[in-house]
Design a protein around this ligand. Structure first.
Ligand code: DAH
Length: 344
């Protein structure tokens, strides 16, 4: 029995001494442990063998077996702890964060300059009591032209190179069509803004076949050109600078009478004359006028009782002035390098 105990201790010492033991996994260490300390392990077998030991030797032999068990358990526990500590150290090393590495960024998008202008205009005008109405982009000839006092075969149609879809339908060439739709459905007082895409067969550095307009319409009793001028002054100050002035020049639109072209004092040079305003100190930004009596009549509104004004703003034009963009096509090429500049 004593020899068996010594042999087992020697065997275990050799086992722990081998280099391999240091690389065991927890599972492997456990399996080895079971060979000795498990229910059917060899140390447990020794305990069971005690029955056969002569009574006088039992106390001493029992003590030796107990010592061997305690020693083996301690060794295995130490080994397991070592293995766990090593596994943890390896895990930490593998997850080490190098704080000097450049970070990974998810690129944020940016709002398109035309959308920025659209939002700003809506904000300015809704602050002055305007509602927003969006009409259809595929429009009837009637709403885009006829009701706006531009009958079929009228030369004024040449002002807008129109994309016809059928004889009756077209891609609207102006948001003015929204005026008619609003006035057909609502009686004065009316104060609406109608933003949207418009289309014309036209393309160069300052014209795009698709662009955006924002129509404004005010109809009520006693509305005058002065109200228009006052509203535009306020718009100019809010959109550009507190010093921006407006200037009305006589013009012609079939749906307004009188009609005006509206200039803003150049925000780049303050009116002294520069490249942006081509030396004139003024920049043309929109068309406007007093709603033509015929247009009111077409919508069932009595022009002897009500008067109104309307205006149409080109959003790309505002964006180009505001952000100093020289070519309208830049707005629609989708070049991320260009668009990124409008972040924030
Ligand atoms: N619809 C005109 C255009 O596209 C712009 C315009 C001029 C709109 C005068 C108006 C207006 O409402 O009163 O050129």
């Amino acid at each position: 029995m004593k020899e068996q105990i010594q042999a087992l201790r020697a065997e275990l010492e050799a086992l722990f001494a081998q280099e391999e033991a240091a690389r065991w996994t927890e599972r492997q260490a456990y399996e080895h442990k079971m060979v000795y300390l498990g229910k059917t392990g060899s140390i447990s077998a020794l305990s069971k063998g005690m029955r056969d030991v002569p009574a006088e030797e039992r106390p001493e032999t029992g003590k030796l077996v107990g010592e061997l068990r305690a020693w083996a358990e301690e060794k295995f526990t130490a080994l397991e702890e070592e293995i766990r500590a090593r596994a943890l150290a390896e895990k930490i090393a593998g997850e080490k964060i190098d704080v000097t590495l450049p970070g990974k960024f998810a690129e944020t998008g940016s709002v398109h300059p035309v959308t920025l202008v659209r939002r700003e205009l809506i904000e300015i005008f809704s602050g002055m009591g305007f509602d927003v109405y969006e009409g259809p982009e595929i429009e009837k000839d009637y709403y885009n032209f006829q009701a706006l006092n531009i009958p079929a075969d009228h030369p004024a149609r040449d002002m807008q190179d129109t994309f016809f879809v059928t004889e009756e339908f077209l891609l609207r060439s102006q948001t003015s069509s929204g005026q008619i739709r609003v006035m057909e459905n609502k009686k004065p007082p009316i104060k609406v803004l109608s933003p949207g895409r418009v289309y014309r067969s036209d393309s160069d550095a300052t014209h795009s076949p698709m662009f955006h307009q924002m129509e404004g319409l005010v109809v009520d009793k006693g509305i005058t050109l002065n109200d228009l001028k006052g509203l535009l002054d306020e718009f100019a100050r809010r959109m550009f600078t507190a010093r921006t002035k407006t200037r009305l020049r006589p013009s012609y639109f079939p749906f307004t009478e009188p009609s005006v072209e509206v200039d803003l004092s150049c925000s780049a040079c303050g009116g002294a004359g520069c490249r942006l305003c081509k030396g004139t100190g003024w920049i043309e930004v929109l068309g406007a006028g007093m709603v033509n009596r015929r247009v009111l009549e077409n919508c069932g509104i009595d022009p002897d009782v009500y008067t109104g004004f309307a205006f149409g703003i080109g959003l790309e034009r505002i964006a180009m002035i505001k952000y100093g963009i020289g070519d309208i096509r830049l707005l629609f090429e989708g070049d991320v390098r260009f668009l990124k500049q409008f972040r924030n």
